[in-house]
Design a protein around this ligand. Structure first.
Ligand SMILES: Nc1ncnc2c1ncn2[C@@H]1O[C@H](COP(=O)(O)OP(=O)(O)OP(=O)(O)O)[C@@H](O)[C@H]1O
Length: 302
């Protein structure tokens, strides 16, 4: 079942077309990546999804239909711009913001305390927001996003100000939420985080959908005919189906001829008695795919 259905949305600001016919669906309980370079239209798409902006055309169904006031309490949103009242003490600010999301004061207090423990903020509970570091403020905002236990979470750059320890903690929290059936849409430029966390993704560029689908399928689709092979000894010079071989730290990256398959190469190596520690099809990283797609569109558009 889909938690969000985005159909052919468009949005212009003056002559600038920020979103240009974007469609995708986010399944219930998945961790979905919303990706794209700066200015691609991600934040505008999120704002349309959350009914902050009306689209010029197209439609959005969220949690089974149009957005409503009641639904807002079932959603957690971490916006890109982190706006907390700077002069208020951390704990007071968090409890207050959680009551705005429908929690009673006493439940809000308990949850906030639990989350402050978990996020290692408890020692700072009496500090004003402006006295907290950037990373601490971001964790505080994540608490506001999550503490009312929303069924749908939309987070824009959740890791941007976090050190590796806090990044790991937030990733664990997101995985736990997913395991409980929470739907998560994550907008980020950090491709390795997407590779680690996301089931499916959409990549938009200049307002248009460039890639959409399962991460593993997208990587397979962009796989070059290359192998990574680690032989026990050396590699013969004339392996069947190999057009070039590059050696790096005992590992070879083999480029295949147009008609060869990985099986042809493996068969030849086995027949020649080459012992192998590793034999795998080289998969491109999401970073490489992102750059290829974005630069490719740039070249097409001139
Ligand atoms: N309120 C606005 N008024 C005018 N133009 C806007 C407004 N919001 C966004 N835009 C323009 O729309 C385009 C898409 O912006 P958007 O913020 O959606 O991109 P983004 O993918 O979130 O980028 P980033 O990764 O840099 O945050 C940009 O060209 C931007 O200048």
């Amino acid at each position: 079942m889909a938690s969000i259905i985005v159909e052919q949305i468009t949005k212009s600001f003056g002559k600038q077309r920020a979103v240009d016919g974007v469609s995708f669906e986010v399944e219930k309980g998945e961790l979905f990546g919303l990706l794209g370079p700066n200015g691609a239209g991600k934040t505008t798409s999120i704002r349309i999804m959350l009914d902050i902006f009306k689209p010029d055309s197209g439609s959005v169904s969220i949690l089974g239909g149009p957005m409503s006031e009641a639904k807002k309490e079932r959603i957690g949103y971490l916006p890109e711009e982190r706006g907390l009242y700077q002069d208020v003490q951390l704990e007071r600010a968090l409890v207050y913001l959680c009551t705005l999301k429908g929690l009673t004061r006493s439940v809000a207090k308990t949850r906030v305390e639990e989350y402050m423990e978990r996020f290692d903020l408890i020692a700072h509970r009496k500090k004003k927001i402006k006295e907290l570091s950037k990373g601490m403020q971001q964790k505080a905002q994540l608490i506001v996003t999550l503490a009312h236990e929303p069924e749908l979470v939309i987070i824009d750059e959740p890791f941007s100000a976090l050190d590796p320890v806090n990044t790991q903690m937030v990733k664990d929290i997101l995985r736990e939420a997913r395991a409980k059936g929470v739907t998560i849409v994550m907008c980020t430029h950090q491709m390795h985080q997407v590779e680690e966390l996301c089931d499916r993704l959409v990549l938009i560029n200049r307002g248009k959908t460039m890639l959409y689908g399962r991460l593993d399928e997208i990587r397979r689709q962009y796989a070059q005919p290359e192998l990574i092979v680690r032989p026990v000894g050396g590699l013969p010079a004339d392996v069947v189906g190999v057009s070039s071989a590059e050696r790096l730290n005992g590992e070879y990256r083999l480029r295949l001829t147009a008609s060869a398959t990985p099986q042809d190469v493996l068969r030849d190596l086995v027949q020649r008695g080459v012992a192998l520690e590793q034999f795998e099809i080289a998969m491109p990283t999401l970073d490489e795919i992102f750059i290829q797609v974005v630069q490719g569109q740039g070249e097409l558009d001139g």
